[in-house]
Ligand binder design. Structure first.
Ligand SMILES: Cc1ncc(COP(=O)(O)O)c(C=O)c1O
Length: 448
């Protein structure tokens, strides 16, 4: 009988994060200061981030030690299981082997605490008393609420309004961990008030919420800002997922032919993929598929260029795939995938033809999520359904091909059941690529 769950002992948990930046074949361009168009140095960024994280952001070291205090908190849920989805394989009638790394095992139900705990730790070490952040689906906000409470830091979360309304229990979870949560755009910031005046009914977007959280941090001495994806240091923190998965695949006596993850800002996909990408660069034959929603097609329909990470143009300019910083995506139920940009690391790896991006539509993702729930038992988060869908596409392209598929099940959907209900009630629709909205937003790209 083959092993269903491949587990690691706590003493087998990796003690370093991996940094792929020095190995990206075409190299990476630096973030730019929007005023001078020169590389943005740590002086500018240290207004909103602690130095410990900025050092990681700019680091050229291949390995970064994980501090003991962080490992102790990781132990609450890490190492997470690697699971063979043999019931799904049978239902599909495929000869492919499908494995998933289950990041829904964390206290909040996703991969996001891997970075939240690290970010809270480095802020605490530098005496920061309060953090401000944005959240889309609520997974990141819950993670930072949990992590800040562990380190005795206050937390304020600007939650994209459509998710605030769709996911009331995420709000309750953040309150339980002691954080303050407001729907964004909110009247609490000058930028939020200006958006509300122009668009009182806007569903909000991650770009708007990031602007509000940044303004909050920039206008208070006791507060810094935390971002749940996109930036290099977040990607490094998430590599613990792939480093564990690699050990687990070894225990299973297997190696993936393809590694899959859904992409919002890119952190869970990069997290599982980076350690295997390093193998590819050393000659292994393995493919990487990043999956995004057709309604917010940053990687497949966007352009790689310098753009702001937020609507109010407060961030440095990042070299990334983007749909334009003021693009407001349709209110799809995978709130964590509604972002106009993509991590510069993932963007560079797409440019270098190491990662293949694909887009899938909302209804086929829920269909995949339902099949996964009924076969493997775990109800995936709507974001993670995108990875499930891509794994099914890979496994069924040729049912007789005995390939090995590894995907990141980035979170469970137990607080997203209202979305599943809407799907069953026929209330969800496929939003087509909003070509005109993207074209309009692309007109506002900064000129470099
Ligand atoms: C469960 C889950 N998966 C994936 C994502 C997408 O983010 P990222 O691309 O940074 O992993 C989110 C974001 O909120 C999420 O909650």
């Amino acid at each position: 009988m083959s092993q269903k769950k491949i587990l690691l002992r706590e003493d087998e948990m990796p003690t370093q994060w991996q940094n792929i930046v020095p190995d990206i074949p075409g190299g990476m361009q630096p973030p730019l200061d929007p005023e001078t168009k020169q590389p943005a140095g740590p002086e500018k960024l240290s207004q909103v981030f602690p130095m410990g994280l900025l050092e990681q952001e700019m680091s050229g070291e291949r390995w970064i030690d994980i501090p003991e205090e962080i490992l102790e908190i990781y132990k609450i849920w890490r190492p997470t299981p690697l699971v063979r989805a043999d019931n799904l394989e049978k239902a599909l009638g495929t000869k492919a082997k499908i494995y998933f790394k289950y990041e829904g095992a964390s206290p909040v139900g996703s991969h996001k605490p891997n970075s939240a705990v690290a970010q809270a730790y480095y802020n605490k070490r530098e005496g920061i008393k309060r953090l401000a952040t944005e959240t889309g689906a609520g997974q990141w906000g819950s993670s930072l609420a949990f992590a800040t409470h562990k380190f005795g830091i206050e937390c304020k979360v600007y939650m994209v309004r459509v998710s605030f309304d769709q996911k009331p229990y995420r709000k309750a979870m953040m309150h339980t961990y002691g954080a303050q949560v407001v729907p964004s755009p909110s009247p609490d910031t000058a930028f939020g008030r200006s958006v509300l005046e122009k668009m009182p009914d806007t569903p909000g977007s991650l770009g708007i919420s990031i602007s509000e959280a940044l303004e909050d941090a920039a206008t208070r001495d006791d507060t810094k800002y935390a971002l749940g994806s996109v930036l290099n240091h977040v990607i490094h923190h998430q590599t613990i997922v792939g480093l564990e998965a690699k050990k687990q695949m070894e225990k299973a006596g297997d190696y993936p032919d393809v590694v899959i993850g859904c992409c919002g800002g890119g952190s869970n996909f990069a997290g599982i993929a980076v350690p295997f990408i390093i193998d590819k660069l050393e000659g292994k034959n393995v493919r990487f598929v990043g999956v995004e929603p057709a309604s917010c097609p940053t990687m497949t329909k966007g352009k790689i260029t310098y753009d702001f990470g937020d609507v109010a143009q407060m961030t440095p300019l990042l070299p990334m795939y983007t749909l334009g910083h003021d693009f407001i995506p349709p209110g799809i139920h995978a709130g964590g995938l509604r972002y106009h940009g993509m991590s510069p690391i993932i963007s560079a790896l797409i440019r270098d033809k190491i990662i293949e991006p694909i887009s899938v539509r909302q209804l086929e993702c829920f269909e995949a999520g339902v099949l996964f729930s009924q076969t493997e038992g775990i109800i995936p988060a709507p974001e993670s359904c995108h990875a499930v869908r891509a794994a099914i596409i890979e496994a069924t392209r040729d049912l007789n091909e005995p390939k090995t598929i590894l995907f990141n099940l980035s979170g469970h959907g137990l607080l997203d059941l209202a979305s599943y209900e809407s799907y069953f009630n026929g209330e969800l629709e496929n939003y087509d690529y909003p070509a005109e909205a993207v074209e309009e937003s692309m007109k506002h790209l900064p000129q470099i």
